[in-house]
Design a protein around this ligand. Structure first.
Ligand SMILES: Nc1ncnc2c1ncn2[C@@H]1O[C@H](COP(=O)(O)OP(=O)(O)OP(=O)(O)O)[C@@H](O)[C@H]1O
Ligand SMILES: [Mg+2]
Length: 325
């Protein structure tokens, strides 16, 4: 039995501003993010539905091109959707890094081309994730909306994304410390009392630390932030979110609850229904047992398997009604 349904949960947490959906690939994260954003907009909140997912999923979900810039969603007052251009974000990030490295090499009088450093700093998946993460927190800091729904990238990426805010600040602290030591040594060694040099690298690090710590404050504030996990009544998606919920608790990231998606409506199954349908229903029933046990008190909603895929705002509204009932 659902103890606190989604609608009631939202009513109990009226200040929620940052809402995320996580879960295994294909379980309905984008659909639920879309439905939740419509619901928030209908509550009268100025809402942004943003995708940091490097697949063109949002535009096809709402049937409107929302790629590359925040775009008002037709027919839904208060709702803006934005599919972030991953490539552009990464290029912009690379350019910034290139400038910083070039400055540093010049400052340290190292006669090496910046390109090598830039390559090694940017040629890994963590760099892309961190660029997307920065993009997401930029949106949060700009603070132009009253509610933000993020369609997060699937599985392990989400965790790394969040773990990164802790790792980032640790890393930056170390960098700042060694920069401070290097600077004071340089001051000590220089006889001439030159005026203090501008240090863009230090400024950048301090700024980064400040941003990361602010992001962490927002993301770990259970008055503002909630992560919902979506599962199907199937073994693997359940295992994935069980792991997720454990990780997130470790990082003190508020877990709002669990949404079960694509449950087959038993009443539609008759004696003469095909065996594979009956078998699926039996399988789902078994996994529902696990779900009630495993996520005791955390199940917020059960969304049935619809007769078609979920596309367009009309269908999303229907999903939202069920999700928030
Ligand atoms: N309750 C439902 N009934 C029928 N179809 C559904 C339901 N929920 C989601 N779908 C469909 O399932 C597919 C996967 O959903 P969606 O794209 O939201 O998953 P996702 O978790 O975002 O996937 P990815 O991990 O690839 O981003 C889509 O075609 C969607 O329309
Ligand atoms: Mg998706």
């Amino acid at each position: 039995m659902i103890e606190t349904p989604m609608g009631q949960y939202m009513a109990q947490n009226p200040g929620l501003k940052y809402i995320f959906f996580g879960g295994k690939g294909g379980v309905g994260k984008t659909v639920m993010a879309g439905a939740a954003s419509i619901w928030e907009a209908q509550q009268g909140k100025k809402t942004l539905l943003a995708s940091t997912n490097p697949v063109h999923s949002l535009s096809s979900l709402i049937g409107q091109d929302v790629f590359g810039k925040p775009t008002p969603v037709e027919g839904i007052p208060n709702l803006t959707a934005y599919e972030i251009d991953t490539k552009e974000t990464i290029e912009k990030s690379k350019k910034e890094i290139r400038e910083k490295i070039a400055w540093f090499l010049k400052f340290a009088d190292i006669k090496t081309k910046a390109d090598e450093f830039v390559e090694s700093a940017t040629m890994n998946p963590a760099f892309e994730e961190s660029a997307m993460f920065e993009n997401m927190i930029d949106l949060m800091f700009q603070d132009e909306y009253e509610a933000y729904i993020f369609d997060t990238a699937p599985t392990a990426n989400a965790r790394r994304l969040l773990g990164m805010s802790s790792v980032y600040s640790m890393w930056v602290n170390k960098m700042v410390q060694s920069r401070e030591e290097a600077t004071s040594l340089k001051d000590l060694l220089s006889y001439s009392k030159k005026k203090k040099e501008q240090d863009p690298l230090m400024d950048y690090l301090l700024n980064l630390r400040e941003r990361m710590s602010h992001a962490k404050d927002l993301l770990t504030d259970d008055k503002l932030t909630s992560f919902f996990f979506i599962t199907l009544p199937e073994a693997l998606p359940i295992a994935v979110i069980t792991r997720f919920i454990g990780w997130f608790s470790e990082f003190n990231i508020p877990v709002g609850g669990v949404v079960v998606n694509m449950l087959i409506d038993k009443s539609s199954v008759k004696d003469d229904s095909p065996d594979f349908v009956k078998n699926r229903v039996a399988m789902q029933e078994e996994h529902m047992e696990t779900i009630w046990k495993e996520f005791d008190g955390q199940v917020r909603s059960i969304v049935p398997l619809f007769e078609t895929e979920v596309r367009g705002t009309k269908m999303l509204k229907r999903t939202a009604e069920i999700l928030f009932s």
